[in-house]
Design a protein around this ligand. Structure first.
Ligand code: CTP
Length: 400
C-alpha cells in the first residue's frame, strides 16, 4: 500500500486563517496526514486547540516551551512531503523571499527540502504592492508554487485581488503536486460552455445577463485536476482561466454555437453552463444609435432568436454525456425535468434564482435532475459542488 503523505500546513496571521480549518479537513478527506505550524499572530485568529482537535496532533507556534522537541523546526520540515502555507500574509511572503527565519514557521520553511506552496491572502493594496509582487516572483523563480489570490470582496471592506483562493482549489493543487490527485477523468475530453453571451445593438451597446462564469470555470478546474482534457467555450468573464485548460473566447451566442459545434464531436462529456442569450437584436446598427435622432429605432429594436446550443448539439449526440443547467425562479425541479427532455440531456443541474439569490455568487444549493430521479445537494462553495457534479456525471456514464 502506498504510504500516507504528510502535509505541513503553515497558518499565518490574517482573517483568512479560519479557512485553514477547511483546507485541513479537505486534505484529511483525501487521505493526507496534516501537521500544523502557526505564527504567533495566527493564534490570535484561530486557537491552536482547533487545529489540535482536527489533527489529534500537537500544533506548534513557538521554538520554546512546547514539549520535549529541542529542534521542532527541523523535525517538522523533515516530516513534510509538502509544506503548504495558507493563508500566507504579505509579511510572511516577504520573509520567505528574503530567507528570514524569525519564527517557527519561517524557520521550518527555510529548513524544508520538500516542495513549498503558498496561498497568499492580503488587502488588495498590500497584495498588488510592487514589493509583494516582487516577493511572489522571487518565490516562483525559486520553485515555490504560488496559488494566486482571488478577486472579490475583502474582509477589510475593499474590493479587488487578495482573497485567499478557494480551499478546494488549494487542496486540488496540493493533491496534484503530491501525485495523489483522483485522476478518475484521465483520457476523457470535456467541453464546457461558460459565462454570458453579449448581443450587440450597435457598436457601443449590447444585451447580456449577470452570469459570472464561475460555475463553468469551477467545473473546468475540477475536471482538469481529475485528469480530463478540458476546453471551455467562454463568453466574456472576469475569472482567470484554470491552469491546463484550453479557453476558446467568444462573445455572441452564434459564435458560442459555432465554437461548440467544433468541440462537441470530440467530447466525451459536454457541459452547457453558459447563460446564453435566447434573443439577439435582429440587426446590429453599423453606427452608434443617437438618443434623439434614432429614438424610434431604439424603442423598436427587433429581436431574432439565437440557436439553442445544447438542444441542437445534443439532438445529434453519439457518445457524449450531455449536461445542462436550469436557473429558475419558480418550480425549479419541474422546469428542470422539462429541460432534461427538451434538450435531450442526461443531467440537468437546477438551482433557484431570484428573491435575493443572484447569479455570480461563490456558492449554490442545487438539484441534480436525471432520468433516474432527483438528488438535492445542500449549499456549498462552487469548487466543492463541481466535484459532486463530476462524480454524478461519472456515475451516469458508468450506468450507460
Ligand atoms: N442553452 C443553450 N443555448 C441557448 C439557451 C440555453 O445552450 N440558446 C443551455 C444553457 O447553457 C443551459 C440550458 O440550455 O444549460 C438551459 O438554459 P435556460 O436559459 O435555462 O433555458 P431556455 O431553453 O432558454 O429556457 P427558458 O428561457 O424558458 O428558461
Amino acid at each position: 500500500m502506498e504510504q500516507q503523505k504528510t502535509v505541513l500546513l503553515g497558518v499565518t496571521g490574517c482573517i483568512a486563517a479560519y479557512k485553514a480549518c477547511e483546507i485541513l479537513r479537505l486534505l484529511q478527506k483525501a487521505g493526507v496526514r496534516v501537521r500544523v505550524v502557526m505564527t504567533e499572530a495566527a493564534t490570535k485568529f484561530v486557537g491552536p486547540s482547533t487545529f489540535e482537535g482536527l489533527t489529534h496532533e500537537r500544533v506548534l507556534s513557538s521554538f520554546f516551551g512546547e514539549g520535549d522537541d529541542p529542534i521542532p523546526h527541523i523535525n517538522l520540515a523533515h516530516e513534510a512531503d509538502l509544506f503548504l502555507i495558507a493563508p500566507c500574509t504579505a509579511n510572511t511572503l516577504a520573509k520567505l523571499a528574503m530567507g528570514v527565519a524569525d519564527n517557527l514557521l519561517t524557520s521550518a520553511a527555510l529548513a524544508c527540502t520538500a516542495p513549498v506552496m503558498v496561498a497568499p491572502a492580503a488587502n488588495v493594496n498590500m497584495y498588488c504592492h510592487p514589493a509583494t509582487q516582487a516577493n511572489i516572483q522571487t518565490l516562483r523563480d525559486r520553485g515555490v508554487k504560488v496559488i494566486e489570490a482571488d478577486s472579490g470582496y475583502l474582509a477589510c471592506g475593499d474590493e479587488g485581488k487578495g482573497r485567499l483562493a478557494e480551499p478546494q482549489e488549494i487542496v486540488d493543487e496540493v493533491l496534484r503536486q503530491l501525485g495523489v490527485a483522483k485522476g478518475d477523468m484521465q483520457g476523457m475530453k470535456v467541453m464546457i460552455t461558460a459565462g454570458p453571451t453579449i448581443e450587440p445593438i450597435d457598436p457601443v451597446r449590447y444585451i447580456t445577463n449577470f452570469s459570472s462564469g464561475k460555475t463553468g470555470y469551477s467545473l473546468a478546474n475540477a475536471a482538469a485536476r481529475r485528469g480530463a482534457d478540458v476546453t471551455i467555450v467562454s463568453g466574456p468573464v472576469a475569472v482567470d482561466a484554470p491552469v491546463g485548460v484550453k479557453v476558446v473566447r467568444v462573445q455572441t451566442a452564434q459564435q458560442m454555437f459555432e465554437a461548440s459545434e467544433r468541440e462537441f464531436p470530440n467530447a466525451d462529456i459536454a457541459i452547457f453552463a453558459a447563460a446564453v442569450a435566447d434573443m439577439r437584436p435582429a440587426d446590429c446598427a453599423p453606427n452608434k444609435l443617437k438618443k434623439r435622432l434614432d429614438a424610434e429605432a431604439l424603442k423598436a429594436i427587433k429581436l431574432a432568436e439565437n440557436p439553442d446550443i445544447i438542444a441542437s448539439l445534443a439532438s445529434g449526440k453519439t457518445k457524449q454525456t450531455v449536461v445542462g443547467f436550469a436557473a429558475e425562479t419558480q418550480d425549479v425541479i419541474e422546469n428542470a425535468r422539462i429541460k432534461l427532455e427538451a434538450k435531450n440531456a442526461d443531467l440537468i443541474i437546477a438551482n433557484q434564482v431570484g428573491n435575493g439569490r443572484a447569479f455570480g455568487t461563490d456558492g449554490n444549493e442545487i438539484w441534480l435532475v436525471g432520468k433516474e430521479g432527483t438528488e438535492h445537494v445542500p449549499f456549498m462553495m462552487k469548487p466543492e459542488l463541481a466535484n459532486i457534479v463530476l462524480d454524478k456525471i461519472l456515475q451516469i456514464r458508468a450506468c450507460n
